[in-house]
Design a binder for this molecule. Structure first.
Ligand code: GUN
Length: 292
């Protein structure tokens, strides 16, 4: 008996279908959601990510504009472009693809994006908003900008029918983009959450407690079969380019024999990240239409 392979593509398509309808209704009122993407340098992975985000936008009817800068760009110039986009009424969302080159202070750049256009959910104001809210349903009701990958993971779990209330959730990795925020969102869904990192003792033992295991380490096939409890749900956030191609943070062939459900790489979390960006861009357009 193998695990159910969770299709992030299928779940994405369900959500995108609803979004297309919502965008069509907005367009009848003269509102066209618009996203500006900013790409600095020539990192091939970043180029691929930005291209797939723009393509997804266009397929659901979101207008996109791309601004590409050389890796040598001065911080001031980037901040100038963001300030211009902050003022534009036809641009509802601003996305600066990370990582940025070393001469640029990423925190200062993220701070300069208007919190109302922060469709990545990285601005400290937006982080503070979901951080200080107790329950996930409230976050959705209040239409907060949640960070895309963590929100995508929660949608995968909910739409796969995974019971989060009372579940032991273990997150491996503590990045600001995935590990830390997904831990908060799991907590807001009443899971009991443990976050592991490079200093964790007996990592295998902690992972084996997990009913829901989130792998966001950035190391190929790091999670081995013996680290997974029989019947666990495993979410693989890893995108590692290796000689054998794209592989996740989970040793898929080993772990699928133990797990009850697992996300593949590619085709699992990746498409959901893009979908949640679309969700946030539509939220931004609605919020700005109503002057909120
Ligand atoms: N780099 C890795 N993940 C992300 C993301 O979700 N958004 C942006 N802007 N950059 C990233």
């Amino acid at each position: 008996m193998g695990a159910k392979i969770i299709s992030g593509e299928e779940i994405s398509e369900e959500i995108r279908k609803g979004l297309r309808e919502e965008i069509n209704r907005l367009k009848e009122r003269g509102v066209v959601p618009g996203l500006a993407t900013l790409l600095v340098g020539e990192d091939p992975a970043s180029q691929v990510y930005v291209r797939s985000k723009r393509r997804a936008c266009e397929k659901v009817g979101i207008h996109t504009e791309q601004y590409t800068f050389p890796a040598t760009i001065k911080e001031k110039e980037l901040l100038g472009k963001i300030s211009e986009l902050n003022e534009r009424h036809d641009i509802n969302g601003i996305l600066v693809q990370l990582p940025l080159p070393p001469q640029i202070d990423s925190n200062r750049v993220l701070l300069s994006i208007s919190p109302d256009k922060d469709v990545d959910g990285f601005h400290p104001i937006n982080v503070g908003r979901y951080m200080s809210m107790k329950y996930f349903d409230q976050m959705i009701e209040e239409e907060l900008f949640l960070p895309c990958t963590p929100h995508g993971i929660i949608e995968i779990l909910k739409r796969t029918g995974v019971e989060l209330k009372g579940a032991e959730a273990v997150v491996v990795g503590r990045s600001n983009i995935v590990g830390k925020p997904v831990a908060l969102l799991l907590l807001a869904n009443n899971a009991t959450v443990t976050v592991c990192h490079t200093g964790t003792k007996d990592l295998g033992e902690v992972c084996r407690r997990a009913d829901v295991l989130i792998a966001a380490i950035g190391r190929p096939k790091f999670i081995r079969g013996e680290m997974v409890k029989q019947g666990a749900v495993v979410i693989d956030v890893g995108v590692n380019r290796t000689e054998e191609g794209l592989v996740g943070d989970v040793s898929f062939l080993e772990v699928k024999e133990k797990a009850s459900a697992i996300t593949p790489v590619p085709g699992g979390v990746g498409p959901m990240t893009v979908t949640m960006l679309l969700v946030n861009t539509v939220k931004a357009a609605k919020r700005q239409e109503s002057g909120g």
